[in-house]
Design a protein around this ligand. Structure first.
Ligand SMILES: [Zn+2]
Length: 194
C-alpha cells in the first residue's frame, strides 16, 4: 500500500513541531477557530500518546481544531479501547497516519522500571505495570550499570507499540511511525524501527 498521503502528513506535523519549537505557532486554537471547525472535522492523522499533562499533541504539532485526533493511555499501552479508537480513526474518518508519541521522563515507564527492579506488585498500578513489564525488564537488563534505563525503556515501548499496530489487519494501509517528545526542548524526533 502506498503511503504517499501519510508521508506528506508526517512532514506537515514535523513542520508544525518546528514552528512550536521556534515559538512561532500558526494556530491560536481560540473560540473563533473552534467555531470555524464546528461544522465538520477533516483530521489527517491520529497521535497515540501518553496521558502525561506535559504532552499536548495539538500544541506540539501546531494543529488547529479539527485537524488532529488524539488517543491517550498511560505509556501509550495499545489495549483494546485504544486500538479500537485507532481503527475507528482509519475506517470512519479516513486517517492514514498514526504517530506513536512517547516522551522523556514518563511516569508510567518509571513505575514499571521500579516495579521490575524491586519485583513489587502494587494492585493499584498492576495492570499498567504488567503491560509495560517487558520493555522495562529488557531495558534494565540491557542498560549498563550506573546508567538510567528510562530512555531505553521508553524507546522500546514506542517501537513495541508501533510493531503491535503495524501488524494488525484492521489498520492495513495505515502508516504507523514512532516518535519521542523532548519535554525540555519541545522537539519531536522520529524513532527508527528495529
Ligand atoms: Zn508518560
Amino acid at each position: 500500500m502506498e503511503h504517499h498521503e501519510a508521508a506528506k502528513t508526517l512532514v506537515e506535523l514535523l513542520e508544525g513541531n518546528g514552528r512550536f519549537v521556534a515559538g512561532e505557532p500558526r494556530y491560536k486554537r481560540d473560540i473563533t477557530a473552534a467555531r470555524e471547525a464546528a461544522p465538520g472535522q477533516t483530521p489527517s492523522a491520529v497521535v497515540f500518546t501518553c496521558i502525561d499533562s506535559r504532552v499536548t499533541a495539538e500544541s506540539v504539532f501546531d494543529r488547529d481544531f479539527g485537524q488532529l485526533l488524539v488517543v491517550r493511555t498511560a505509556g501509550h499501552v495499545p489495549d483494546r479501547a485504544a486500538v479500537g479508537s485507532l481503527e475507528f480513526s482509519a475506517a470512519e474518518l479516513g486517517v492514514s497516519l498514526v504517530v506513536v508519541l512517547g516522551h522523556e521522563r514518563c511516569g508510567a515507564i518509571d513505575a514499571a522500571l521500579n516495579a521490575v527492579a524491586d519485583d513489587t506488585h502494587d494492585p493499584r498500578t498492576g495492570y499498567l505495570v504488567e503491560q509495560l513489564w517487558q520493555p522495562a525488564s529488557q531495558a534494565l537488563s540491557e542498560t549498563p550499570e550506573g546508567e538510567d534505563p528510562a530512555s531505553h525503556a521508553l524507546r522500546l515501548q514506542v517501537r513495541r507499540t508501533v510493531a503491535d499496530l503495524s501488524r494488525r489487519e484492521s489498520l492495513e494501509g495505515v502508516l504507523v511511525v514512532g516518535a519521542v517528545y523532548d519535554l525540555d526542548t519541545g522537539r519531536v524526533t522520529l524513532v527508527d524501527e528495529d
